[in-house]
Design a protein around this ligand. Structure first.
Ligand SMILES: Cc1ncc(COP(=O)(O)O)c(C=O)c1O
Length: 376
């Protein structure tokens, strides 16, 4: 399994162009830490050298419980929260604890690639449910099972979704319920959790979201998109007691305790309701201006009711020449127009993802490509 992490490849291509490319792939606009957190971290660096004790772990879990109650109206016990060293490490841990070789797993495509890759390394059978813009990006999990009669061991979803911006709708919930069995664990990657616009954020852990049945559930909350704490950021997993107990036990073998600095700084972020409110104003305006600019140059963006990205179907032509796939479109945009975007090819359609973390000049440069792009 040698195919590399696509975002590393894109970052390498961007670096090779030494700042010449317009970065709508990752986005060069960095969010800054709220002033109070930034100055607190700088004046407590000595805590980076001290392993956390029970006190900091308990304070962190209390902040996570408060965040889940405040943002999602979810009631979780502190014992069912586990701080993890980042979102991908959390996913690896969940996969290691939940999957045996040969188990079947449902994922969605286009999708953030980590979960499917980790499950393949565990020799699971990965089924992809396609997210189709013409179907409001609702996954058809039954169709994805392709006649496999055994209920999947894991259904891995990502709401709010990267890259489609879709939220957890009743139709998506019905699709999950349609295939979930008594041994199924439902995993939601809620990395973009609070970034939902014009509606309330929803967590899979909210009472009754999946109906009356009691499913095992685990949800990932990662804050790399909200608070730029770099390598000191922690994420957390929260879920039902049985799953969380096995993940917590495993974690004692899997990694060393985080530092006091990591736990305390991330807990400050979790408690910062004001920052989450500000970001719910910042991103819709960035997304709206980006959608407008994309329409003006001939792309057809999908709505973005959540998250930080705008998704477009691959245009039929670029620069007057036919393009056949998202990979080809992204390569041409980079090589001929110095424009970096993230491609996703699925058996149904190809998509291009544009990040809303741009600077105003990037939007001007994008608009300036209109004549040359001739999208047709
Ligand atoms: C949907 C999704 N999940 C997880 C992650 C990874 O989070 P982390 O940077 O904490 O590993 C990302 C990062 O872009 C993401 O988009």
């Amino acid at each position: 399994m040698t195919k590399r992490y696509p975002f590393t490849l894109i970052k390498e291509k961007l670096a090779a162009r030494e700042g010449k490319a317009i970065d709508f792939a990752v986005g060069r606009r960095r969010l800054v830490l709220p002033e109070a957190i930034d100055s607190w971290v700088r004046s407590h660096v000595e805590l980076a050298l001290q392993p956390a004790t029970r006190t900091e772990v308990d304070e962190f879990a209390a902040a996570a419980v408060a965040l889940l109650a405040r943002e999602y109206d979810v009631d979780v016990e502190a014992a069912n929260v586990l701080p993890t060293p980042g979102g991908r490490a959390a996913m690896s841990t969940f996969v290691a604890c939940s999957l045996e070789p040969g188990d079947s797993v449902l994922v969605t495509e286009p999708g953030y690639p980590a979960f499917a890759r980790l499950a393949s390394h565990r020799h699971a059978r990965v089924h992809e449910a396609l997210l189709d813009g013409e179907q409001a990006f609702v996954p058809d999990f039954k169709a994805a099972m392709n006649g496999d009669a055994t209920a999947p061991r894991v259904i891995a979803v990502n709401y709010p979704n990267n890259p489609t911006g879709a939220t957890l709708t009743p139709e998506a919930i019905a699709s999950i319920r349609n295939v979930a069995g008594s041994r199924t664990i439902i995993f939601n990657d809620a990395t973009y959790g609070p970034l939902v616009y014009g509606q309330n954020p929803v967590s899979l852990l909210s009472k009754g979201v999946l109906g009356d049945e009691q499913f095992e559930m685990v949800e990932l909350h990662s804050f790399s998109k909200l608070f730029p704490l770099g390598p000191i950021a922690l994420s957390f997993l929260a879920g039902t007691p049985q799953s969380m107990e096995s993940i917590s036990t495993y974690s004692e073998f899997a990694w060393s305790p985080p530092s006091k600095l990591q736990l305390k700084a991330t807990a400050m972020c979790l408690n910062d309701a004001e920052r989450m409110r500000e970001l719910r104003e910042f991103f819709p305006s960035q997304l709206g201006n980006l959608q407008q600019a994309l329409c003006d140059i001939g792309f057809q963006p999908f709505p973005a009711p959540a998250g930080v990205y705008v998704l477009c179907r691959v245009p039929p032509q670029i620069g007057g020449e036919v393009v056949k796939s998202a990979e080809e479109a992204a390569s041409r945009l980079m090589d001929e127009f110095d424009l970096a975007v993230v491609p996703w090819d699925t058996p149904l359609h190809g998509y291009l993802r544009f990040s809303s973390q741009y600077e105003p000049e990037d939007l001007d440069r994008l608009s300036g490509l209109r004549e040359r792009l001739r999208l047709g």
